[in-house]
Structure formats: structure tokens, C-alpha cells
Design a protein around this ligand. Sequence first.
Ligand code: GDP
Length: 421
Amino acid sequence: MMAEKPHMNLAVIGHVDHGKSTFVGRLMFETGAVPAHLIEKYKAEAKEKGKESFAFAWVMDTLKEERERGVTIDISHKRFDTDKYYFTVVDCPGHRDFVKNMITGASQADAAVLVVAAPDGVMAQTKEHVFLSRTLGINQLIVAINKMDAAEYSEDRYNEVKKEVSQLLGMVGFKAEDVPFIPTSAFEGDNITKSSANTPWYTGPALLECLNNLTVPSKPDTLPLRIPVQDAYTISGIGTVPVGRVETGIMKKGQKVTFMPSGATGEVKSIEMHHEEWDQAVPGDNIGWNVRGIGKNDVRRGDVCGPAEKPPSVAEEFTGQIVVLQHPSAITVGYTPVFHCHTAQTACTLMAINKKLDPKSGQVKEENPTYIKAGDAAIVTIKPTRPMCIEPVSEIPQLGRFAIRDMGMTIAAGMCMSVTQ
Ligand code: GDP
């Protein structure tokens, strides 16, 4: 049963056209995530036409059709399972909401497959995605050097690209020697589920084995309790029921909790998940909970629930390290875009640009620059226009990441370094 295996969110990242969608289609096809009767049907047709990749092409057509229908997400939210895990493919960077979803935790990836086309090697988005993954806290990476069929399955070319990618990984702080590299062809199916005869020089594991070798991220249950509120309902006979996902810590029935910024405090009366009552909730649980004495006006989306003795912090001002992803012109002091942090959306003003950093090494390039623009990294001081819960990533990483949105796009991504209360 799929549901009994541990679940992992997987991001498939890499430069446009390097084969990300094809990869996801291939994984789904080879792991049987495509309904068996359809595979059989298409296999039979493929045999008739003497075209082996025909069955697989069906999966690709389905993905393409979805994209053409304007379905917001193409390869994301596809599912497949291996012997050990049950995977959900989350948005890939480049998708409009990737950064926002990663940051707000809607699709926090546990691991990523970086797809690099062998004929091209490292390209602009390869760098951007690797850097973003690191910033967003994805620590497990697998590199697929793809389109090996289009590079004559050349070991030399593979080694060249491997070296290039290793250098890039090293620059952003991944330990390249711990990252598995695999020569693949997503299109032909080489080294996806089993070793391919086309790459006799490669003796390492196929992709599926690498996916099985990933480790389940440890649950942050020793950190203080934090549950960002997604919504709050009023249910007759029960009262106010906030809903949200436990990000860190454990909530127990009977415990005294506080909602910030309102400061409303009360005792947890009930915890519900999947229409069942529970005595406690742990990180990852999506729950509804009821607190004695909390009214409808004490809690709303964007608030954070924590233990009464260590409530979530509300920032008067905070410093953040940001990376500017896209902006049509220059960002200066006074800029007031919307910050998306956990479930909160709050307009915040840029009070100071303290330092401009080299986006790759993190070294200081300029003190107090007058502006920053796309491609820059910086340390900035930020003031929320109304009370907002945010915490330093060094204390509670899940509550410290944010995306900056304006003009319908993600302008920047960042993390909170310190908070002035
Ligand atoms: P994405 O933009 O990264 O999602 O790339 P796609 O999966 O859409 O692939 C872009 C193009 O490369 C398509 O025409 C694919 O058929 C082709 N492609 C993908 N993987 C391979 C591969 O392993 N070998 C070859 N030769 N072509 C591939």
C-alpha cells in the first residue's frame, strides 16, 4: 500500500528543456503510477507499431495536454512510489508559485533531483535552481546528467558535466562528494529503474535506487510548538476551531497555548485530524483544534499558535538575508511589497539595505548600497506594517523563511536572521 510507506516531497529542478517533465513522466511510467490497463494498452500498440517509446509517449502526452489546458501546475503534484517511499513531485522552480509554496511550506521539498542535459552542461537556471534549493533548505540532492543518448553515451562528456556541476554545488555549500551522479536518458529510460547497457562504464546505482537511499527528514518535534493558522472556523456547539499544520513541536490536549500576535491564551480542549480526535499532534499533522476561551476575533489566518510559556515572537523589525529573483528595476529603501511567511501575508517596508552579498559565496560586496536588483543577495532591515510572527531561522527554520511578492510575481526569497521585538 502506498500510504504505509514514508512520504517524501521531491522537487525536480534544472534548466528549461533539460528534461524535467520527461523525467517525471518516465518515473511515473516505470514505477507503475500510470494505470496498468493503460500501460498494457499502449504497450500492445507500441509493439504493433514497432516503436518502443510509444507507451511512454502516452504519459508525456497526458502531461503536455494538462499544460496546454492551462492547468496551473504541470509536473507537480504527480505521485509515484518506490520500494521504500511514496513520492509527491512538488512544483519546480520557474513555476510561478514555487518559491512561495516552498517558503510557506505548502510544498516544502525533502529532496531534489537536479536534471542537467549532457549536451549543454550547467546553464543559467541550473545555477539559479541549485542556489535557490540551498537557500530554501533542501539538503538532499541527486544529480541526473540527462540526454546521454544525445551525447553518444560518452563517458568523457559525462565526466566533464559532472565536474562542472560538482564545482557549482561546492560553491553554494553542498558537499558534492556526497551527492550521487547518474548518467540518464529520461527519454530512452537509461539508468532510471535499472542499469543501462548503453553506459557500461557506469557502475553506480540507477535513479530509483538513489531515491530509495534518501533519508526521511527528521521531524522537528523537539523545537517549540508552532502552528501557523491557515483558517479559523466557528462550529456550533464547539466554538472557534483554527486549522493548520504543525510545523514544529508537539501539541497535547490540555496544554496551555497562546495565539500571536493577539496574545489570546487558553487550554487545548480537542485536537482533530481526518475526522478523528487525537490526544496530541506532531509536525506534519494537519489539524483542527479547539481552545477554551478563544473567540472568533482572537485568531485569524497568519497567526501562530505556540506554548503559552514560549509564544511565537512578533517582530517590530527584523533583519533578513534575501536573494532578489526578479524585479523590473531597482529595489530601494521604502519599498513595501507583500511578505509571505508561513501562512501570513503582510506588507512590510524595506528600512535599510545593510550589505550587498555575493550570491554564490555569501561574501560582502558592498556596505549600505543604495539599491539592489535582480540577481543580488543582500542583508536588509524590514519593518512589518502590522504585527507579524516571524522567527530567526537559527531558532525555528520553518518560521523564518519568506517570499517577497509584488506585481503578481515572486520578487525575492529570504530568511530571517534576527528579530527586534
Ligand atoms: P523541461 O523543460 O526541463 O521540463 O524539459 P522537457 O521534459 O519538456 O524536455 C525538453 C525536450 O527534451 C523535449 O523535446 C524532450 O523530448 C527532450 N528530452 C527530454 N529528456 C530527454 C533525453 O533523455 N534524451 C533526449 N534526446 N531528449 C530528451
